[in-house]
Write a protein of this length. Structure first.
Length: 162
């Protein structure tokens, strides 16, 4: 029986990991951190897999786990620390800022909740109600954050900007 559960989970991970990684990257703007977020979320999902799989809530649960992991990581003390050479002594694997897409850069300037709403609504194409359920907020709050986030994205990414 355990092999069946493991096989189902493995199939789910193989199918969804690339999309989850892109989702996590849109939240944090760093591929290495995105991999860490997805890995943490998948561990949580595996532990709850039996319950989730019978309810058909795997997709929602793993996205919520990525979101929660992202918020938790941001609260860790070492994420708040900055070294004096920050930005001057980058790792070999850290992509240069000019190589990042403009959209991801602007997403990183949005407040956390706006970023989460924009990513869920417009990158994952969830409805207002689905986004509200994912984040545990009201549909009105989703609309408000989405509107502010869209306005900020338009302001920064507008082609008329010089």
């Amino acid at each position: 029986m355990r092999r069946d559960v493991d096989a189902e989970f493995t199939t789910f991970v193989e199918a969804r990991r690339p999309a989850l990684r892109r989702f996590a990257y849109a939240l944090c703007g760093d591929w290495h951190r995105a991999d860490d977020l997805v890995q943490t979320a998948l561990v949580r999902t595996y532990l709850a897999w039996g319950r989730l799989h019978t309810q058909g809530a795997e997709e929602s649960y793993v996205r919520r786990a990525v979101l929660t992991s992202h918020v938790d990581e941001g609260r860790r003390p070492w994420r708040r620390e900055r070294t004096p050479l920050d930005g001057h002594d980058r790792s070999v694997h850290d992509p240069a800022p000019e190589d990042r897409s403009a959209l991801v850069e602007v997403l990183q300037t949005l407040p956390v909740m706006q970023r989460q709403v924009v990513v869920l609504r417009y990158l994952l194409d969830l409805s207002v109600e689905e986004t509200a359920a994912e984040l545990g907020i009201s549909p009105g709050t989703v609309k408000s954050h989405a509107s502010r986030g869209r306005d900020r994205l338009r302001e920064v990414l507008s082609p008329s900007r010089s």
